[in-house]
Design a protein around this ligand. Structure first.
Ligand code: GDP
Ligand code: MG
Length: 440
């Protein structure tokens, strides 16, 4: 998709005269590419109209960078489509929040339940999982296995056949034990059957969830629109999780889901493991979808970052200090931008030896597991230079909390020490940066 849009934009930039005909031709090309990316037909049509309305031909005629004006307009319009402008619901600690998961069978509910539970557990919440899927044999075993692996308390039954009854009991039990967050997994069936929707409504009426999460498979293509609409009609969808975005998903389905429900996407599933859950953010998502990694936009992002010298990290570096939190923030920025290998070299202060282990295809997986490690650290640990982890018990606690292997955590700390040494040389009163920036 990126290549095709890129081509269209490049062709446009070669045109010396930009008239409405040239813009029409470009938009036709871009819309064709969006359809191929599974964006819904109606939405593509709407997007085209919106972009046309917004583009001021006079501006375009005088602007020195016409290509950029149109690109930005299409990009903004796409971002608007995946952002319903609603603040996503978040559970509050100390309140007994109940979330219900709904979605078709195989969409990734059970997997995503565990991922979400683990996400909030790491934020210090007491989280419990309830298996209200009595339809599929083995459903309880699956949830039990996932939950046990993540050390998350669960509730379910092999003998009770009524999902409403189980949901009530499970939620009741966890409420009594003052859990912060109770997640109810439901059955999905094969298609949008009447019984499934009836069951969902009954469970919802019984447990009165604070939020209902609609889980949708990101690989279903144009079917996304009808599916999201069907669910929207019978449950009050509060948030959306799009799964399987690691595979062949083209992203267009996500746009349909938001358009059909008016609800925000909160996370995307990026793999089968319990850590493969990314917080959703419209701009990086659309960038990735368009393959903008190849476009000027990305380079600009990186340049903007280089210019941003007022962050805590830049101040720290000027002083010759590099905390674990500085490392986390740096890596997080990289993760947000998507295609890693390409941009690593542009990062401020990244030398080839520092990039070791980060420039392969495995890199974003590795980065994500690093994020889990950082999530399991306390503020005090994050603010430190890492020596604090000479304490074995501390190290073990982080390994347990993050589910990341000890050797990998040691590798992270080793890498941090290497960064730290370079920063020490660069910063401080006698360092390169200290001389450049005397007031720091
Ligand atoms: P459910 O029927 O809705 O509960 O779906 P499951 O959670 O059982 O998931 C169905 C299948 O999809 C399983 O094989 C999961 O491992 C897989 N799956 C779920 N989420 C993801 C994801 O984000 N990426 C990939 N690659 N597979 C996923
Ligand atoms: Mg399931």
């Amino acid at each position: 998709l990126g290549a095709r849009i890129n081509g269209a934009l490049q062709a446009l930039s070669k045109e010396s005269v930009i008239d409405s005909k040239a813009v029409d031709a470009l938009l036709r090309e871009i819309c064709g590419a969006l359809l191929e990316s599974d964006v819904n037909v109606r939405l593509v049509h709407q997007l085209r109209e919106n972009v046309k309305k917004q583009l001021n031909m006079d501006d375009l005629a005088t602007s020195s960078n016409k290509r950029k004006v149109i690109q930005t307009s299409v990009y903004d319009e796409l971002c608007r489509l995946v952002d319903p402008g609603v603040q996503p619901w978040v559970p509050r600690k100390g309140k007994q929040n109940v979330i219900m998961f709904v979605g078709l069978q195989g969409s990734g509910k059970t997997t995503s339940c565990t991922k979400l539970a683990l996400y909030y557990k790491r934020k210090g919440m007491k989280v419990g999982l309830v298996c209200a899927d009595t339809f599929r044999a083995g459903a309880f075993d699956q949830l039990k296995q996932n939950a046990s692996r993540a050390h998350i308390p669960f509730y379910g039954s092999y003998s009770e056949a009524d999902p409403v009854q189980i949901a009530l009991e499970g939620v009741g039990k966890f409420r009594k034990d003052r859990f912060d967050l109770i997640i109810v997994d439901t059955s999905g069936r094969h298609k949008q059957e009447t019984e499934l929707f009836l069951e969902m409504e009954q469970i919802a009426a019984a447990v009165k969830p604070d939020n209902t999460v609609f889980v949708m498979d990101g690989t279903i293509g144009q079917a996304a629109d009808a599916q999201a609409r069907a669910f929207k009609e019978s449950v009050d969808i509060g948030s959306i999780i799009i799964t399987k975005m690691d595979g062949h998903a083209k992203g267009g389905g996500a746009i349909s889901a938001v358009a059909a429900t008016g609800s925000p996407i909160i996370f995307i599933g990026t793999g089968e493991h319990m850590h493969d859950l990314d917080r959703f953010s419209a701009r990086p998502f659309i960038s990735k979808m368009l393959g903008m990694g190849d476009l000027t936009g990305l380079v600009e992002t990186v340049q903007d970052m280089q210019l941003d010298k007022n962050t805590d990290m830049m101040k720290n570096i000027a002083k010759g200090v590099f905390t674990l939190k500085d490392m986390r923030d740096q890596l997080q920025n990289i993760l947000k931008m998507g295609p890693l290998g390409k941009i690593m070299g542009m990062m401020p202060g990244m030398s080839p030896e520092m990039m070791q282990g980060f420039d392969s295809d495995e890199s974003s997986k590795k980065l994500r597991s690093y994020m889990c490690v950082f999530d399991s650290m306390t503020e005090k640990e994050l603010a430190s230079d890492g020596k604090i982890f000479e304490d074995e018990a501390r190290l073990m606690r982080v390994a347990r909390g993050s589910g990341v292997r000890l050797v990998e955590i040691q590798a992270l700390l080793h890498q941090h020490r290497q960064f730290g040494q370079i920063v020490k040389k660069m910063g401080g009163p006698n360092g390169m940066l200290g001389k450049m920036n005397p007031q720091a």
